[in-house]
Design a protein. Structure first.
Length: 103
């Protein structure tokens, strides 16, 4: 069983979601507790955005992403870094900024 932690900025992202996307995101947050690897795919660096080692989950017909980090690759803690639209790589830019500021 994993503990899911949502960073402050990602909590703000979640509060801004429409109801239908919100329900899907909350469903994945529950699923991460039992199998985060099964519900996410590896992320790679996106140009100058250093996201290697993080993972993504597609939501809202693949128009939104949840960006997570699995602590120590042991899947004991899942940290939600960003939730937002994929368009123009906004969610990835938000995630990279948050990762840099928390480093």
């Amino acid at each position: 069983m994993c503990r899911v932690e949502v960073i402050t900025e990602a909590k703000k992202d979640i509060k801004e979601l429409s109801d239908n996307i919100l329900h899907e995101v909350l469903d994945y947050l529950d699923k991460y507790q039992t199998g985060p690897y099964a519900y996410s795919k590896p992320l790679f660096n996106q140009g100058n955005l250093k996201l290697e080692g993080y993972r993504k989950t597609y939501v809202a017909d693949a128009t939104y992403r949840i960006v997570i980090k699995i602590e120590n690759n042991i899947a004991k803690i899942v940290e939600v870094v960003a939730v937002g639209p994929r368009e123009d790589k906004k969610v990835y830019m938000d995630a990279a900024t948050r990762i840099d500021s928390n480093s």
